[in-house]
Design a protein around this ligand. Sequence first.
Ligand SMILES: Cc1cc2nc3c(=O)[nH]c(=O)nc-3n(C[C@H](O)[C@H](O)[C@H](O)COP(=O)(O)OP(=O)(O)OC[C@H]3O[C@@H](n4cnc5c(N)ncnc54)[C@H](O)[C@@H]3O)c2cc1C
Length: 480
Amino acid sequence: METKKPFKVCVVGGGLSGLAAAYLIREKGREEGIPIEVMLLESESRTGGKIGTIAKEGYLGEIGPNGFLDNKPYTLDLCRRMGVEGNLLRSNDSSRKRFIFSGGRLWNLPEDPVSFMMSDMLSIGGRIRIVSEFFVPPKKDDEDETLADFVRRRLGDEALDKLVGPMASGVFAGNPENMSLGACFPRIHVLEEKYGGLIRGMLALRKEAAKRGESGPKSAGPGGVLTSFPKGTAELIEAIASRLGDSILTSAPARRLETARGDQSPRYTLFFGEGENGDETEADALVLAVPAYASAALLRDLDPGIAATMDTIPYAAMAVVHLGYETKALPSPPDGFGFLIPKSEGRRALGALWASSIFNGRAPEGHVLLTVMLGGASDPFTPRLDEEDLIEVARQELEITMGIKDAPAFSTVLKWEKAIPQYTFGHLARVESIEKRLTGHPGLFLTGNAWRGVGINDCVAAGERVAGQVLYYLKEGPKA
Ligand SMILES: Cc1cc2nc3c(=O)[nH]c(=O)nc-3n(C[C@H](O)[C@H](O)[C@H](O)COP(=O)(O)OP(=O)(O)OC[C@H]3O[C@@H](n4cnc5c(N)ncnc54)[C@H](O)[C@@H]3O)c2cc1C
């Protein structure tokens, strides 16, 4: 009996987005009885992209994210699919405590949204300005707005400086003056659009929740519990990579892309690898799961217009510095998530995570691991320092903010020249125009953190979405 030749799907990029997409395309194909051969190309010698864990001298430090939030189903579902949900590690309850460094001291920010906005850290004038948000009329047009303009308009300068600015740097390493509100914080945007304001929105949500017998929004932060694995986020990457097995080619950068003419299948020829290891492969469908600038480079010949739009998406540089200390070197042991620093403080750090307080097992007995974040959209210079200087900058920042005078017992540094894509003013309109133009290239798909969300959950959700699109395309053909 003749067996049907499988479709060939090539995924470019072996970060979480590419891994999730490749795995889900293969699995969903199996479930639907569509034979698919998946190939994943990764330019580096390891998969994971921004996700990975360094285990050294009894410390366990993350090169990027510390975990994902469990208030969205996507990553949890993926873990369940792979049978690794039993290994998940929830962050300690005390890590719900978050701090801001302001006026020379750390302030514990209340979780409750109303108390959060009324924190003693703010001046009386600043607090009155926040309360008067209730009376600020909603914006009339539906044009995009920068995060800074939105917060100034609704909550005032002090809330921008001390509350929202640090939050923006904590999630996006971004500068609120050019971040797009709609792209970065769609839920906040909707509160104004739907309910007329933030306070009105929160009150309405509480009322709606009470009707359903629930308690409504509990947290001013992102909500959910930060979740990882005993051996760090690398466990998530290893779980997906081991299931994809030899479908993954590492040290195989995609270089160039050609299309077949007309409706011919396979539609794409992809050239990858370097020098004598250079190779090519044909694909019925191609998924680009690489940063915007890398997608632009691959598409430049095929569609210079789409490449030019992709090139406008900037990236913030970051340095992640892990410092380990004997617990007794600290004036008080860290107890909480860590702290963020308003820009007006003039410090070089964006903030620090108290890694060993968030998750157990991140430092040897009697020691703590602290992770200092440097750089971001407003400071492209610091991450360019050499490693020794970065360690010294991070040490000084901890001395000033936490009063730690001793030299660290352990240090390690990770530099990201292009760490996090910046969703600047007008981002969603740019993404929509890219997606529209993409319809002119049947069989070509985009996923990854450059377009519609940078969090781990967003990347997995985008992987699921693109897997559905690829399967639909393979079933229905190019005219779908
Ligand atoms: C410091 C830091 C802290 C973070 N903290 C959190 C957090 O706590 N929680 C959270 O949810 N998110 C966090 N994030 C965000 C999250 O980690 C990222 O958005 C996500 O991991 C991005 O995954 P990705 O696969 O889309 O992109 P990437 O991880 O950038 O992967 C892209 C991959 O494509 C490869 N590639 C590039 N060009 C080519 C080519 N031509 N051919 C083949 N391969 C190519 C790259 O080598 C890379 O492996 C953080 C990010 C950083 C940097």
